[in-house]
Write a protein that binds this ligand. Structure first.
Ligand code: FES
Ligand SMILES: [Fe+2]
Length: 425
C-alpha cells in the first residue's frame, strides 16, 4: 500500500489524550507530496479577490498545489481560473503577477489564447495539418467559486461545494466584512511577497497562534510602551481576552471582543477618530451588532488563507522546506480615505518588511526548522487547553491562548490524509 494514501500518514497526527504531531510533518518530502495531493488538490484553495480583476481583461497569477494558474476576467463577465500551461510544449503563457490584456501570448513559439483560455492563434500554422484548435485551449480548473468577493478554486471535480466548505465560517466572514459600511473590501495592487526556508504549516499554524504573541513580539510591546501609546500590561490584558475557535474543515479563528473602547478596540478607535465612519456604522448597526462587528477577528480559511485586520494573507507551499507568502493589503469600502491610509501605515508598522511583527515570526519559523533537526524527540505537543476545550455545536471553543485553532487544522489534515480525497464530508 503506498505510504501516501494510507492512514499510516494520518497516524502522524495523534489526536488522543495528549494531542501531538510527528516531526516528519515538517521535513519529509513524501509527506509534502501527499499534502499536495490529498489537501491542496482536493479542497478549495483561495486564489484571489474580485477587486484584483475588476475589469474585463484583468488577470492575476496564483498557484494551487504548486501548479501555476491564471485568474482571468473574460468579456462574458465570468472569472475563469485556467492552468497557466501552453498546450504546445508547456511553457507558462502568463509570467506577470497581474495585468490587463485581451489575450495571453506564449513566450516560446507565440501561440495565442483568449482570456477564457480559447486558443485563437497559432504561429506558422501552415506547419500543421488539421490542428484542432477548439480542443487546445488552456485547461480550466475543474471547479471555481466566489464567496462575497473571495475567489476559490478546486482541482477536484467533486467534493463539498464552496458553500459547504465555508459554511462554518460564514457568519464570521460576514462580521469581518461588516467593518466596511458597504460590507466590501478592495485589495490594493502589488502584494508584499516573501519566502522563508521552512514548511508551509509554520505559517498556517502561527497566524491564529495567540500563545506566542507576548514572547515573540515582546519588543513590539515595549516599543509601544516607550512611545507612550500603550503599556505592556494593558496590551497583554487585551491579548488575554476573547477566545480561540476551531471548526470542521480545518478552519479556525481568534476573536478578541473589546466593545468600542478606543484603547482596546480597533473599530472603536477608528470610530472615535473618524466621525464619518462612526455615523456610517451607527446607521447600519444597532449597539449589539456594532459590538460584535468591532471584535478583532483573525480568520484562517483552510488550507491557505488568512483574513487579518489590514491584509489578506496567502500561503503558497513551494517545497517541503520552502514557502512563499503574500500579504495583500486591502481598503475598506465606504470609509474616509484618510482612515484607509491610517490602516496602511498601521499595517506597515507591524507587518511590513521593516515592521516589528513579521520578521519576528520568520525568525521563529527558522528556529523551529532548525530545532526539528534534533532527532531525539519525534513529537511536538499541541495539547495546550485540550482539557478545557468546549463544544458549541460544531465549533470548539478555547481560551484565546490555547491551541484550539492548531488542533482544528491538524484534525482536518489527519482526516484528509486518511480518506485521501476530501469527498466524505
Ligand atoms: S510552448 Fe507555447 S507556443 Fe510553444
Ligand atoms: Fe506573530
Amino acid at each position: 500500500m503506498p505510504l501516501d494514501s494510507h492512514p499510516a500518514l494520518a497516524n502522524l497526527v495523534d489526536d488522543g489524550e495528549v494531542f501531538r504531531i510527528h516531526n516528519r510533518l515538517y521535513h519529509d518530502p513524501a509527506i509534502f507530496q501527499a499534502e499536495l495531493r490529498h489537501i491542496f488538490s482536493t479542497t478549495w484553495v483561495y486564489v484571489g479577490h474580485v477587486s484584483e480583476v475588476p475589469e474585463v481583461g484583468d488577470y492575476k497569477s496564483a498557484t494551487i498545489a504548486t501548479q501555476p494558474v491564471i485568474v482571468s476576467h473574460h468579456e462574458d463577465g465570468e472569472i475563469y481560473v485556467l492552468f497557466n500551461r501552453c498546450r504546445h510544449r508547456g511553457t507558462v503563457v502568463c509570467r506577470d503577477d497581474s495585468g490587463h490584456s485581451n489575450y495571453f501570448r506564449c513566450p516560446y513559439h507565440n501561440w495565442v489564447y483568449a482570456n477564457d483560455g480559447a486558443l485563437v492563434g497559432v504561429s506558422m500554422a501552415d506547419g500543421y495539418q488539421d490542428l484542432d484548435k477548439g480542443g487546445l485551449g488552456l485547461q480550466r480548473i475543474p471547479r471555481t467559486g466566489v464567496h462575497r468577493g473571495f475567489i476559490f478554486a478546486s482541482l477536484a471535480d467533486r467534493g463539498p461545494s464552496l458553500e459547504q466548505h465555508l459554511a462554518p465560517l460564514q457568519k464570521y466572514i460576514d462580521r469581518w466584512l461588516a467593518r466596511s459600511p458597504d460590507g466590501e473590501v478592495r485589495v490594493l495592487p502589488t502584494a508584499h511577497r516573501f519566502e522563508y526556508p521552512g514548511n508551509w504549516k509554520w505559517q498556517a499554524e502561527n497566524g491564529t497562534d495567540s500563545y506566542h504573541g507576548n514572547y515573540v513580539h515582546e519588543s513590539w510591546q515595549r516599543v509601544l510602551q516607550r512611545a507612550g501609546e500603550s503599556r505592556v500590561k494593558d496590551v497583554r490584558a487585551f491579548r488575554s481576552a476573547g477566545c480561540a475557535r476551531g471548526f470542521d474543515h480545518g478552519h479556525a479563528l481568534l476573536e478578541r471582543p473589546a466593545g468600542l473602547n478606543p484603547n482596546a478596540s480597533w473599530t472603536g478607535r477608528m470610530m472615535q477618530t473618524y466621525p464619518e465612519y462612526r455615523q456610517a456604522m451607527e446607521s447600519r448597526h444597532d449597539a449589539e451588532s456594532l459590538e460584535a462587528v468591532s471584535a478583532k477577528l483573525i480568520i484562517f480559511v483552510f488550507p491557505n488563507m488568512f483574513m487579518f485586520d489590514t491584509h489578506i494573507r496567502v500561503i503558497d507551499p513551494v517545497r517541503v522546506d520552502n514557502t512563499q507568502i503574500r500579504f495583500h493589503v486591502y481598503a475598506l469600502n465606504g470609509v474616509p480615505e484618510e482612515m484607509n491610509t491610517h490602516r496602511y501605515r498601521a499595517h506597515e508598522r507591524f507587518f511590513g518588511p521593516a515592521g516589528f511583527g513579521t520578521p519576528d515570526d520568520m525568525e521563529i519559523f527558522n528556529a523551529s526548522e532548525t530545532g526539528m533537526r534534533a532527532t531525539a524527540v519525534d513529537w511536538s505537543l499541541l495539547n495546550r487547553g485540550q482539557h478545557r476545550e468546549a463544544r458549541d455545536g460544531a465549533e470548539r471553543v478555547g481560551d484565546i491562548n490555547d491551541e484550539t485553532t492548531t488542533r482544528s487544522l491538524y484534525r482536518e489534515w489527519k482526516r484528509l490524509m486518511a480518506t485521501g480525497d476530501g469527498a466524505d464530508r
